[in-house]
Design a protein around this ligand. Structure first.
Ligand SMILES: [Zn+2]
Length: 255
């Protein structure tokens, strides 16, 4: 199976899931970048994600997967994705980008789940570490990262397009740091985790923190994700401004 370039006529982000770790309705937070004549790029791949990709044939043109961090709701789905690519006869390489040393974790996970899988697949897995936030290029996008405050190392990710004046950022998990705020500055679209309403956790962002950051950085659009399943959406809607909205699974956001 050779991976086709996307047929979409414009640049879109498709929300595959936008919930916290254990939310059955919203699903794990993960986003698909689709652009005309380019391979699609997946950002995060938790355990609920492969099924959500397969159901709508959204796995077919993925050329690269970027991981914000290595919690199960952000990367445990990569092994079933690889296994089904093998069954479907994929031959094109799959680029994987993640925190330093993530290759060993993926190999460990594959060996636990499907021993021998990585030896028999007919396509190459190309691993690239984020290193120190140096810019990385994949096709027509430039990726930069910055660390947030989470219980393990998490990278907020910024995507700049080489052929258009647009940019997106994806927070992954965690509270913002000076570096991550600098990273997301002036992006057109921020996909942001906000686990709680108030600032009550050191390792997760909140709706309140994001509204403050929005006043400081004046971002164009912020889609909130990863909100605790115990919080009612109506509570959040009362607190957000006109540039902020709640993400929903299967939402298509033009960039
Ligand atoms: Zn996490």
């Amino acid at each position: 199976m050779s991976i086709k370039n996307c047929k979409e006529s414009q640049v879109n982000i498709i929300v595959i899931g936008c919930g916290e770790a254990f939310d059955s309705i919203m699903g794990n937070s993960a986003y698909l970048l689709r652009q005309p004549y380019q391979k699609s790029v997946l950002f995060d791949c938790g355990y609920q994600i492969p099924e959500r990709l397969w159901r709508y044939d959204r796995d077919k043109d993925i050329g690269a997967v970027f991981f914000s961090h290595l919690h199960a709701d952000h990367f445990f789905g990569i092994i079933p994705l690889i296994a089904r690519y093998w069954e479907d006869g994929r031959t094109d390489p799959l680029f994987l980008y993640g925190p330093n040393g993530f290759k060993n974790k993926i190999i460990e996970l594959a060996n636990l789940g499907y021993p021998g899988l990585l030896e028999k697949i007919d396509f190459e897995l190309i691993f690239k570490d984020y290193l120190d936030g140096n810019a990385l290029r994949y096709e027509n996008i430039i990726i930069k990262t910055a660390i947030t405050k989470h219980s393990i190392i998490n990278h907020a990710i910024r995507i700049d397009f080489m052929d258009k004046e647009k940019s997106i950022a994806i927070s992954g998990d965690g509270r913002h740091t000076d570096q991550s705020k600098k990273l997301i500055c002036k992006v057109n679209l921020l996909l942001q985790e906000a686990y709680t309403i108030e600032d009550e956790m050191h390792t997760h962002s909140s709706v309140k923190e994001i509204m403050e950051i929005n006043r400081e950085l004046s971002l164009d659009k912020i889609g909130l994700a990863h909100i605790s399943r115990k919080i009612d959406a109506s509570q959040v809607k009362k607190l957000i401004d006109e540039r902020t909205f709640l993400l929903e699974p299967n939402m298509t956001i033009p960039v």
